[in-house]
Design a protein around this ligand. Structure first.
Ligand code: OAD
Length: 245
């Protein structure tokens, strides 16, 4: 990584900045990604565990898998990558996190605002009427029902479902206005989220990708770093801090 690749002189502390993240940023907190060799989708069929049809066919299996993931997410701690974003957000007050992650680790690290494109595993909603479940509801119980009689499901976006419109609007708005866009720990394969780095670049942002592996977006990024997010974001924060303060 080299300072000279980043046009620091183009930016000020008022520059709008976006941190767009995927499962890779939580890998250093011990949570599995989806498409890495040991990721969830190397072991499980996403259509059985992450689709409305899968839920209809075997709700117990789906709820059991999400209960296990919810437990892992609750036990995990934000890592150096999440904490570096917290520091970045103090340096750039006009910044936002857009995440595909459902684990809640960004908010727990103090990142704010956080736009969760794919929902949050710690919430539940009704599979029939869509109402949000009371947050006091004991989510450790596998089969829970809404007042309407419908079964509760995790409030996450499954394959074939639309992303929450308000969140999506905030994400595209922040992306279209930003001057610096970080794409961190995502394979950039799942749309519409994967469109965001392209959108940022088309609107003139400087796009920095951080990922130990190449992605379909890598060759197009203004700077593509083959690195883990904890180390890379911490180092990059020091570089921006030195250049802008
Ligand atoms: P993926 O599993 O597709 O990609 C994770 C990316 O993180 C890969 O490109 C890895 O190379 C990278 N990675 C691994 N360790 C890393 C580290 N320490 N630092 C930085 N990067 C690292 O996960 P997503 O791109 O988030 O959707 O997947 C997008 C969506 O597909 C998910 O939100 C999920 C999944 O199906 C839903 O559940 C709706």
């Amino acid at each position: 990584m080299s300072d000279s690749q980043i046009p620091f002189d183009k930016f000020t502390r008022n520059s709008p900045v976006v941190f767009f993240t995927g499962a890779g940023i939580s890998a250093e907190s011990g949570l599995a990604t989806f498409r890495d060799p040991h990721g969830h989708w190397s072991k499980y069929d996403p259509m059985k565990l992450a689709s409305a049809d899968g839920f209809r066919q075997d709700p117990e299996l789906v709820l059991e898998w999400y209960a296990a993931r919810r437990k892992q997410a609750a036990a995990a701690k934000p890592n150096a990558g999440h904490r570096a974003i917290t520091k970045f957000q103090k340096l750039f007050p006009n910044s936002a996190v857009i995440t595909q992650n459902v684990d809640g680790l960004h908010a727990r690290a103090g990142n704010d605002p956080v736009w969760e494109l794919h929902g949050n595993i710690h919430r539940q909603k009704c599979f029939s009427c869509g109402s949000a479940a009371d947050s006091g509801r004991d989510v450790s119980l596998r089969m829970n029902y809404c007042d309407c009689g419908g079964l509760l499901r995790p409030d996450v976006v499954w394959f074939g479902e639309s992303l929450p419109l308000e969140v999506l609007n905030h994400a595209f708005d922040a992306t279209s206005r930003c001057e610096i866009f970080f794409s961190i720990g995502t394979s950039t394969q799942i749309y519409p989220a994967a469109q965001l780095p392209y959108e940022a670049q088309n609107r003139g942002a400087f796009v920095i990708e951080i990922n130990p592996e190449t992605t379909p977006f890598s060759s197009q990024a203004d700077l593509s770093l083959r690195a883990k997010s904890g180390i890379a974001l911490s180092k990059m924060y020091e570089e921006f801090h030195a250049a802008l303060l």
